[in-house]
Design a protein around this ligand. Structure first.
Ligand code: FES
Length: 318
């Protein structure tokens, strides 16, 4: 059976730099110094690490700088192992496969004001966005960075802090800031964005629930717990390109069923937040459970790691 191609780019680690607060910056370049695939500000890539782990990180350099991908990784001693592998094992000259960049901020032509809220290492995508806006836009922007005490990427953020573009809120000194007052009022020309711990993102989502969807952007690092639908029914997938039929059992993910059927699908988060497993759909009634596709994108695509079907049959563009 024909497998779905997985697109990765071979890169070499060209730099590893201590960036404070337990964080290292890794610079990845093309082995022959070609330009890397373009990306939107704050986009993310999957790293296919030499030990087999696949982990997603935000790019923190600006899109105009397409000779390299720069990621900031905080070592999480109790994490799932990706940050430990990068901190402890990866050196200059190592080869790492990366996915094509996904996500990031789509700049709206009408937006005149951006408000960013970041928690801790969640600042990484905003470093890229802030530099991009400084270089390409007249729009006003302000980044609220909420940290316990130490500022990650302090040296990189210093010019933006000095310019009044970044306000640091240290919870060890002043307690948690009021998110509602940081975000402010909804406005057609205002874009708000958040990246940080899941609790912060949850608060931000509730605060902005009534905002136009196009004016709210969220970057997630950790997939929420998968939703188990007790009423889920089995359904059939029809793969349009080959005519193959695949049965999805009740409670089984579409991804698992496709993999059982020998279809290779790129994955990373397996929780509907990274976009690695995006597949086109042609006919049916998908039950979208991802956290990244816009209503417009959902008319054409679904994430097979979390999506279900509200009809007996779903036709995929595979
Ligand atoms: S694997 Fe991340 S959205 Fe499906």
């Amino acid at each position: 059976m024909k497998a779905r191609p997985i697109t990765t780019v071979r890169t070499i680690v060209a730099g590893v730099e201590e960036a404070g607060a337990g964080t290292k910056l890794f610079t990845l370049v093309d082995p022959d110094h070609w330009a890397l695939p373009p990306f939107r500000p704050g986009a993310h890539i999957d790293l296919h690490l030499p030990n087999g782990l696949v982990r997603t990180y935000s790019l923190c350099n600006e899109p105009a700088d397409n000779a390299r991908y720069v990621i900031a990784v905080k070592r999480e001693a109790e994490g799932r192992g990706g940050s430990r592998a990068l901190h402890d094992d990866i050196e200059i000259g190592d080869v790492i496969g990366v996915s094509l960049p996904r996500g990031g901020l789509a700049s709206g032509a009408d937006i005149v004001r951006y408000v960013f809220v970041a928690g801790g290492i969640g600042v990484t995508p905003f470093l890229s966005m802030a530099r991009h806006l400084v270089q390409t836009s007249d729009a006003d922007f302000l980044l609220h960075l909420i940290v316990r005490e130490e500022v990650p990427l302090a040296v990189r953020l210093a010019p933006l802090i000095d310019a009044g573009r970044v306000v640091v809120h240290r919870t060890s000194r002043t307690g948690r800031p009021d998110l509602a007052s940081l975000v402010g009022e909804a406005g057609a020309q205002t874009m708000v964005a958040c990246c940080g711990p899941e609790t912060m993102i949850g608060d931000f989502e509730r605060l902005t629930a009534a905002w136009p969807a196009a004016n709210v952007h969220i970057e997630r690092f950790v997939a929420p717990q998968p939703v188990i639908d007790p009423d889920a029914k089995p359904f059939t997938l029809l793969l349009a390109r080959t005519g193959t039929e695949i049965q999805v059992r009740a409670g089984q993910t579409m991804l698992a069923a496709l993999q059982e059927g020998g279809i290779e699908i790129a994955t990373s988060c397996c929780g509907g937040i990274c976009g690695a497993c995006k597949v086109g759909w042609i006919e049916g009634k998908p039950a979208h459970r991802d956290r990244i596709l816009s209503p417009y994108e959902r008319e054409r695509y679904l994430m097979v790691c979390v999506a279900g079907s509200d009809a007996d049959r779903l036709v995929l563009d595979l």
